[in-house]
Design a protein around this ligand. Sequence first.
Ligand code: NCD
Ligand code: ZN
Length: 346
Amino acid sequence: MTPAVDLTLPDDWHLHLRDGARMQAVLPHTAQRFGRAIVMPNLAPPVRDTAAALAYRDRILAALPEGSDFNPLMTLYLTDATSQDDIDRAADSTHVVACKLYPAGATTNSDAGVTDIRKISRVLERMTRRDLPLLVHGEVTDPRIDVFDREAVFIDRILLPLREQLPDLRIVFEHITSSEAVRFVSEQDSHVAATITPQHLMLTRNDLLAGGLRPHNYCIPVLKSRNDRKLLIEAATGGDSRFFLGTDSAPHARSEKESACGCAGVYSAHAAIELYAEVFHAAGALDRLEAFASFHGPDFYRLPRNTLKIRLIREDWTVPASYDFGVDTLVPFRAGSQLKWQIEDA
Ligand code: NCD
Ligand code: ZN
């Protein structure tokens, strides 16, 4: 008999859907696998207020495959100019569930991000009062700091002081990549959680840099060492409710990745839960996949857990070399390679 795992329908707590024809191309992958997703606001121009978030949500709903019940959870992009009223409007809305802090210049479409966290201290106080979670891209942008150290330095310079200042602010440390981040989150109380991507559980920087430069494995925060990866796997599979699924699936056109200055982002929505299943299987922790993928996230966000179920079956399949992506194509994570799990009846 083919081994199978039954799971409560999972959610993706960190996702880039883009917009227009590109969104249309990638959205079915996520809608097929997940009940909900936290949709990142780093469009150009960014999603800065509730009106823009609700309009974006309507465009996502209109692009969904027929019959899909997928529910996009929206976020606001914090800038130096975000006001306390912006926070109130978001907290009063049903569909905006968090605000994202991009340090200006840290990653794709982050130029309008926050230039100095002190500029949003009133906004962060209001978020604390309204219990609106802060999602952080946790890397400093200081050019003197080595790219491999930017997450660890962010903890010391930004997160530790912020925890002292606003201990009741709920924070999601997004797409953690380092042993320092695992340790930091493990030492916090239930106000702090973290998402972990499939690529950071499966790859190290060797997969980016050794034996040729592999632009499709390039994402931010950049892949780290074997030891970092080991600790991330332990965190994800260890059952601690502060760690949950967030793919950071970040599609870019092939021509923008295979370039002299290639874009950061790994596209994983085509096989997201299947990739996590592979990691948990290899770690002997398949029985913990459901909590990581379907329980810890909604519990943190104080949303109901999904009730539908999906079944993963142990059957090899080959990831296509590319997918359509509007006018260009998109090279998915593990393109052309075999994956071990698939969704039954997908
Ligand atoms: C993301 C993107 O392309 O929007 N890229 C990435 O490498 N992760 C932005 C982000 O999450 O940092
Ligand atoms: Zn992201």
